[in-house]
Design a protein around this ligand. Structure first.
Ligand code: MF3
Ligand code: CO
Length: 259
């Protein structure tokens, strides 16, 4: 069952997501050579707690941190620690916050310093895929239209879509119905209705789509060791496409204008 949220609930979801957005804005200038992923996680946790929220990820199935930070071939769920980010690397930061009982969830992959053309193409394509998927989150579309938007965008760009992880409904729990594949799984899926709230999160690879999970039981990496990107927004299904809850004025992703 996919929940339909009242405008009051959507207001609370927006507040939670705006806390997430403020974390992303604060972390952006800190993604520099030599910074540890733990340092970024500490800043994120401090902002979430000062806002009167709690980090949604911490303690979730035993997850030990407030953010997931995934570098280079790490796809998602990288655990912050002593690793120092290097010039030329791409870094995905995923943040969740719970405020007044409602969750916010958003992720972005950023460049540390100058990156090569393949990595830039990966970031640009994943951002475009998310932007198109958000546009597809419109009343009377079906769930499949979201996955198709991502898959088609990535195929055209010569990139592959991760199949082992999906987006999700979000609300009073971080993960709610429906699961949102980033590809066409052959089912039309439910019809989208005004007030559904979805966390759309394409994960896209330069090489093959296959991933594996490391010994820490969390970090997902590409099987071939090639780079991967992840962008996510929490959006409300509206008549003209998804209304992004997790964007601030400083937010640079999921909003590619199109002809
Ligand atoms: N954005 C991710 C998700 O939707 C983050 C979850 S990480 C976890 O699944 F640690 F909380 F599992
Ligand atoms: Co999510």
């Amino acid at each position: 069952m996919i929940a339909i949220r009242s405008e009051r609930e959507i207001g609370l979801l927006r507040e939670a997501n705006q806390i997430v957005a403020s974390v992303h804005a604060a972390l952006a200038p800190l993604i520099k050579p030599g910074v540890t992923t733990r340092a970024l996680d500490e800043v994120a946790e401090e902002i979430i707690l000062s806002a009167g929220a709690t980090p949604s990820f911490k303690g979730y199935h035993g997850y030990p941190a407030s953010t997931c930070i995934s570098i280079e071939d790490e796809v998602v769920h990288g655990i912050p620690g002593d690793r120092e980010i290097q010039e030329g690397e791409i870094v995905s930061v995923d943040v969740g916050a719970c405020y007044k009982g409602y969750h916010g969830d958003a992720a972005v992959t950023r460049a540390c310093g100058a990156i090569d053309a393949d990595r830039q193409h990966l970031l640009d394509t994943t951002n475009l895929a998310l932007s198109r998927a958000i546009r597809a989150a419109r009343v009377d579309n079906h769930l499949r239209d979201i996955g198709r938007a991502v898959e088609n965008t990535c195929k055209e760009a010569g990139l592959t879509v991760v199949r082992d992880f999906v987006g999700h409904g979000i609300g009073a729990k971080m993960h709610e119905d429906p699961q949102i594949p980033n590809f066409d799984d052959g089912r039309r899926g439910p019809r989208l209705k005004e007030g559904m709230v979805l966390a759309i999160e394409p994960m896209v690879n330069v090489g093959g789509h296959k991933v594996r999970v490391l010994e820490d039981d969390w970090t997902a990496v590409t099987a071939d060791g090639k780079p991967s990107a992840h962008f996510e927004h929490s959006v409300v299904v509206r008549k003209d496409g998804g209304e992004i809850l997790s964007a601030s004025a400083a937010c640079t992703w999921g909003q590619v204008p199109e002809a």
